[in-house]
Design a protein around this ligand. Structure first.
Ligand code: B12
Ligand code: SF4
Ligand code: SF4
Length: 387
């Protein structure tokens, strides 16, 4: 019984069960969701599927001596994976984890993201050794009412979405106020191995980097879907703007290449990093990263920003020193004024794509040489890093 309830937060109540031959049972009736992290069974004539990774709420009984008997309840499998009917099955050795949405939604979301990335079947570069695509993530939250989102629209262009607009594209019939939305942002750092093999490159991306661009981004796509599905299964409406059929690349009069929703701008609002001379977002895990974001109708306190300027972590932008990303670019797309997106795009799509196909044997591209072998590669740089 201890094993079975070892993580429970509710208390056992004596109830007269009408569900199973009117026996008196000691049961827990919860209104909270639990995730079953371990179980053996089921032992029942119904032979339903394993309960692991199921999310349950309702009536559980321990009358069969340290086992879990599920009444006639419909159990949602892990979000997005359909429904499973309980029906008086007995499971033993069950370990459940309480999912406390209301009190600590931030921890719940962060756990969902980390849990997904810990799965080696998901988080993979799809190479021979099944190397991890991404290292330990950073997660942050911002409010849909943060005035920066309106400012972005004003500066970047009228095509640029505020969180309410991104949300309304997915749920046109729902009226939502900006402060009812939270933007969940994450940063996926390149692994040590990918950075190591990329530092020595001077013209083309390493195979690992190109794999991270293609297969790593596929992981990021599934992660966005997982976050949306997890929220949806718990009754919170959510959308990943980057995956929306309405998302598109656009041209900003002021900034050139842009899009309807920039994930690193969302990460900036969530306190995850500031921009660099090369345009890349510099985070506490550095600039060799990718990001992701989901807009959800849920209240989560904003993480706050430990900076006040858009380029605060860049040594060149703040102190006029460094500039180490300038010579890293093989096509001189970075200079003391900033980043030339036209040269950069040309190199990535015209030059590196051919190299990836002919040398690594898959359809892909990428560059990011300005994101490795620089002081801001893996952390927020300090002047002493230049010595
Ligand atoms: C279009 C695009 C490109 C274009 C243009 C890049 C660009 N700078 O916008 C091209 C093809 C050149 C490109 C190249 C690359 N990209 Co790209 N790209 C995008 C995409 C799809 C949209 C970006 C967007 O909408 N930008 C909007 C414009 C307005 O942003 P911006 O010009 O960069 O922003 C500047 C201004 O806003 C300015 N600014 C001025 N005043 C103020 C004031 C405030 C308050 C703020 C906050 C900012 C600000 O600061 C910013 C930086 O200088 C995003 C995915 C996404 N949806 O977010 C990925 C994305 C930006 N790319 C990414 C990556 C990794 C790359 C490459 C390394 C390619 C690769 N994977 O191998 C290179 C790196 C280029 C570089 N030096 O940064 C990552 C960013 C990683 C990082 N550390 O920043 C993203 C976020 C993809 C992802 N999901 O992770 N990319
Ligand atoms: S390498 Fe130096 S100049 Fe370039 S973005 Fe990083 S800190 Fe700024
Ligand atoms: S991504 Fe490559 S081409 Fe683009 S600015 Fe960086 S180093 Fe230059």
């Amino acid at each position: 019984m201890d094993t079975f309830w070892q993580n429970r937060h509710g208390s056992l109540q004596k109830v007269d069960s009408t569900l199973y031959q009117n026996r008196v049972e000691y049961s827990v009736i919860t209104t909270e969701w639990y995730k079953i992290t371990r179980s053996t069974g089921p032992y029942s004539f119904l032979r339903t599927r394993s309960l692991e990774n199921s999310w349950i709420k309702g009536y559980y009984s321990d009358s069969l001596g340290g086992s879990l008997r599920i009444g006639l309840y419909a159990l949602p499998r892990q979000p997005g994976k359909g429904w499973l009917l309980g029906g008086c099955c007995t499971y033993t050795g069950v370990v459940m984890e309480k999912i406390d949405f209301s009190e600590n939604a931030a921890a719940w979301i962060e756990k969902t993201i980390r849990g997904f990335l810990d799965d080696s079947q998901e988080n993979t570069l799809k190479d021979e050794k099944n190397n991890r695509a991404w290292a330990d993530p950073l997660v942050g939250f911002s409010s849909g009412a943060d005035p920066l989102y309106r400012e972005f629209k004003e500066h970047i262009g009228s095509f640029y979405w505020t969180p309410v607009e991104a949300f309304t594209k997915a749920f046109p019939h729902i009226k939502v106020a900006p402060d009812e939305l939270t933007i969940i942002s994450w940063v996926l750092p390149q692994t040590e191995e990918t950075k190591r093999v990329s530092r020595i490159e001077t013209v083309y991306p390493s195979e690992n980097w190109a794999r991270a661009r293609i297969y790593g981004e596929a992981v990021n796509v599934r992660l966005r879907q997982q976050v949306v599905e997890t929220l949806t299964a718990s009754g919170y409406k959510a959308v990943a703007p980057q995956l929306s059929s309405f998302w598109e690349e656009k041209r900003s009069e002021r900034y050139g290449d842009a899009s309807t929703w920039s994930e690193r701008h969302a990460a900036y609002v969530a306190g995850l990093g500031t921009f660099g001379l090369s345009d890349g977002l510099i985070t506490p895990r550095g600039k060799a990263i990718r990001c992701g974001s989901v807009v959800a109708e849920i209240e989560i306190p904003p993480s706050g920003r430990p900076y006040s300027e858009s380029h605060e972590y860049c040594l060149f932008r703040t102190r006029g020193i460094c500039g180490r990303c300038i010579p890293r670019c093989p096509v001189d797309a970075i200079d003391e004024v900033g980043h030339n997106k036209v040269k950069c795009r040309d190199h990535i799509f015209r030059v590196t794509a051919k190299h990836v196909r002919s040398h690594y044997g898959f359809e892909g591209y990428g560059c990011g040489l300005c994101q490795v072998a620089v002081p801001c590669e893996s952390k927020i740089p300090k002047p002493s890093d230049l010595e």
